[in-house]
Design a protein around this ligand. Structure first.
Ligand SMILES: [Zn+2]
Ligand SMILES: [Zn+2]
Ligand SMILES: [Zn+2]
Length: 158
């Protein structure tokens, strides 16, 4: 009579046979394709020097161009709050010497000023009437900063 291993438990590795086909559900890891550092994507908007090698970043950036309500009249800066644009023009060193409000009502008018109140006064006195409704003047001012489509072929753009 032969006694097998004296009380010593024998560790047996599970034999990977056909009967023990355990499907490991833990293999679903996402494989992200590597972005090649060579490819530089450029923003196609005029005056914009934005570049990235991430396509999603570029798409997000471009959507900001097109979806923002207001735009700096001097560069590609955009924003949804009018006072943000005012602040940008005043603060940006790119726009040294530029005024926040440039009158474009009349081609011959080169009035420009930083003060919104004075600008509205100018509009009333020079181009409209003193009793022009405030809302109308506000609309004129807002229009100077509206982010309009850059391509002039828009049929809705009269
Ligand atoms: Zn851009
Ligand atoms: Zn600007
Ligand atoms: Zn004017």
């Amino acid at each position: 009579m032969i006694l097998s291993a004296n009380g010593t438990p024998i560790e047996v590795a599970p034999t990977p046979g056909p009967s023990t086909s355990v499907t490991t559900s833990n293999t679903s890891f996402s494989y992200c394709p590597q972005v090649s550092g060579d490819e530089v994507l450029k923003c196609s908007f005029p005056h914009c020097s934005f570049t990235t090698n991430n396509k999603q970043k570029l798409e997000f950036h471009i959507s900001a161009h097109t979806n923002s309500k207001y735009k700096c009249p001097y560069c590609a800066y955009v924003g949804n709050i009018l006072t943000d644009i005012y602040r940008h023009i005043k603060k940006s060193t790119k726009h040294d010497g530029k005024k926040v409000f440039e009158c474009k009502i009349h081609q011959k008018c080169d009035f420009a000023i930083d003060c919104e109140k004075s600008f509205k006064e100018h509009l009333r006195l020079k181009h409209f009437r003193e009793d022009t409704p405030e809302k109308y003047i506000d609309g004129i001012v807002e229009d100077l900063f509206l982010n309009k489509p850059t391509n002039g072929d828009d049929p809705n753009n009269k």
